[in-house]
Design a protein around this ligand. Structure first.
Ligand SMILES: [Fe+2]
Length: 380
C-alpha cells in the first residue's frame, strides 16, 4: 500500500536532544494513505500466568484494581472509566498472548472482517462486546474489539500541589506523598520485538491505521530503513499518546514491555519505593525518555515480564510528522541512570545466542550487519 504522507502532516516538533529533523527523500513516510480502519486506542493486553494469586498480588502492588476474577481469569483495571486493561488467564507458563485494540466504530469490525476473510464474533467474556481476531505478520494474535462493557471511574490518586517555577500555591502545609502503590490510571503502550519489522510495521499502518511518531535507525545503516517505530493512533485533531505500540527489529518475536500511566512524578517514585520494599526488582529508572518524553520506571513482575509506570508523556495530534534518530542505549533517556543490561535484554545468555542464530538462518530482516548494528546500539 502507498505510504505517502497525508497533506495535513506539517508540524515538526522533533528538534532537540538526539532527534533529527525528519525523513530524507524516499524514506518511509510512517503512515498509510488509505488504511482499512483507524483504531481508537489499545483496549487491553492479554497474558497467561501459571499462578493467578501471585499475579494478583503483584498487580495490586503495582497499582491496578481487580475488575473481576473467575476461577481461570483475572481482569485488571485502572482508575479511568473503560474496560479492563489487562486480562490474565491461567496457563502453564507466563507469556504474553497479544494486544486488543479498540475500534472507533462498530462497522469498522465488519470492514476489517470482510477485508481479511475473518468473522466478527461476540466476545464470550466479562468484557462484553464483539471481536475480530487477526494475526500480525510476526505471528502475534491481534484482536480488534468494540462495544465493551464500560466500567465507571475509580477514585484518583490526587496529583500533589507543587511550589514550582514562580508559583507557590502550597503554604502552611507540608508535602507528604503517601508510600502506596502508584494508582494505574490507564494502559499506555506495548512494545514488541520482531524479526520482520518492516512487514509488521506496514501491516499496522495499513490495517489498523496507526501512524508513526518516531523512527529509529541503526547508526551507519540509515539507507537500509528504520529498525524501530513508535506508533500512535490517528484520532485526527485529538492529541493522543506519542506511542500506543512501539516495535523494533530483533531476533526474537513478541513482548518487550507494557506501560501504565500514573498521575505524577511523586506517585511514580513513591510507588516505586513501595514495590522495592516488597522485594520486586526494578529493571531501569527513574528517568525521562526522549521519544515520547515520559517519566519512566521499569519493573519486573514475579515472572520477569517487564512493566512500566509512566507519567507526563507527549500527546500528538495527526499533524505531527515522524522524527528520525539513530538507535542507541544512551539515546533512550534525557536523564536518569544509564539503561541497564536487564532493560536492554543484552545479557549474553545461551537462549539469546540460540535465538540470534536461528533468526540469522530464517527468512526475515535479520542479517549479520543488522545483528551487529543492534548490538552496537545497545552499547552506545
Ligand atoms: Fe515504554
Amino acid at each position: 500500500m502507498d505510504h505517502t504522507p497525508s497533506p495535513t502532516a506539517t508540524n515538526d516538533v522533533h528538534q532537540g536532544l538526539h532527534s533529527e529533523r525528519g525523513a530524507l527523500r524516499g524514506e518511509h513516510h510512517g503512515r498509510s494513505r488509505d488504511p482499512l480502519i483507524k483504531v481508537a486506542d489499545l483496549a487491553w493486553l492479554e497474558f497467561e500466568k501459571p499462578d493467578l494469586d501471585r499475579a494478583e498480588a503483584f498487580a495490586r502492588d503495582f497499582g491496578f484494581a481487580v475488575a473481576a476474577r473467575t476461577p481461570d481469569t483475572l481482569y485488571l483495571r485502572a482508575t479511568f472509566p473503560g474496560s479492563a486493561c489487562v486480562v490474565i488467564r491461567a496457563g502453564r507458563a507466563s507469556r504474553f498472548v497479544g494486544p486488543a485494540f479498540r475500534a472507533a466504530e462498530a462497522r469498522d469490525l465488519d470492514r476489517l472482517a470482510s477485508a481479511t476473510g475473518r468473522s466478527v464474533r461476540e466476545l464470550r467474556d466479562l468484557t462484553g462486546g464483539r471481536v475480530v481476531d487477526l494475526l500480525d505478520p510476526s505471528g502475534i494474535p491481534v484482536r480488534v474489539v468494540h462495544g465493551l462493557e464500560q466500567l465507571p471511574a475509580l477514585p484518583e490518586q490526587r496529583p500533589l500541589i507543587l511550589n514550582f517555577g514562580t508559583a507557590q500555591p502550597r503554604t502552611d502545609t507540608t508535602q507528604r506523598p503517601p508510600r502506596e502503590p502508584a494508582r494505574v490510571q490507564r494502559l499506555g503502550h506495548v512494545v514488541l520485538s520482531t524479526p520482520v519489522f518492516v512487514r509488521a510495521l506496514d501491516w499496522y499502518l495499513d490495517t489498523l491505521g496507526l501512524i508513526v511518531s518516531d523512527f529509529l535507525f541503526l547508526d551507519g545503516q540509515r539507507d537500509r530503513g528504520p529498525t524501530m517505530a513508535f506508533l500512535r493512533c490517528d484520532q485526527g485533531s485529538v492529541a493522543v499518546d506519542h506511542h500506543t505500540l512501539a516495535m523494533h527489529l530483533g531476533p526474537g518475536t513478541g513482548y518487550v514491555h507494557s506501560a501504565y500511566q500514573v498521575t505524577d512524578l511523586d506517585a511514580l517514585a513513591a510507588g516505586g519505593e513501595y514495590l522495592a520494599e516488597r522485594g520486586y526488582r526494578r529493571s531501569w529508572g527513574i528517568g525521562r525518555h526522549i521519544q515520547g518524553s515520559q517519566l519512566f520506571d521499569y519493573w519486573r513482575d514475579p515472572d520477569r515480564l517487564m512493566v512500566e509506570h509512566f507519567a507526563d508523556g507527549d500527546l500528538f495530534s495527526c499533524d505531527v510528522e515522524p522524527g528520525w534518530a539513530a538507535m542507541s542505549a544512551s539515546g533512550l533517556a534525557q536523564w536518569g541512570p544509564p539503561a541497564t543490561r536487564d532493560f536492554l535484554g543484552s545479557n549474553p545468555t545461551p537462549a539469546l545466542l540460540r535465538e540470534a542464530l536461528s533468526a540469522l538462518r530464517a527468512d526475515n530482516e535479520i542479517d549479520p550487519a543488522r545483528l551487529l548494528g543492534l548490538m552496537k546500539a545497545m552499547n552506545s
